[in-house]
Design a protein. Structure first.
Length: 65
């Protein structure tokens, strides 16, 4: 799966549900959902273990440990 490149400090418009975020340093991957409830922006984050493993295997650098 391809992940969009996002520069540090740049505003983006992510998908409302299922947006994937990858740490550029270690490859840790999260799936993020957003919603607005009672005029408050909320988000929830899940770690994607499988995608993290795939990213780290393909990079073979920048991993810790």
């Amino acid at each position: 799966m391809k992940y969009p490149a996002v520069d540090s400090g740049v505003w983006i418009a992510p998908l409302r549900r299922g947006w994937r975020m990858v740490c550029c340093d270690c490859g840790l991957t999260h799936v993020v959902d957003f919603r607005v409830k009672r005029r408050e922006l909320q988000m929830r984050v899940f770690r994607d273990q499988r995608a993290t493993g795939q990213i780290r295997r393909h990079r073979k650098t920048g991993t810790h440990g």
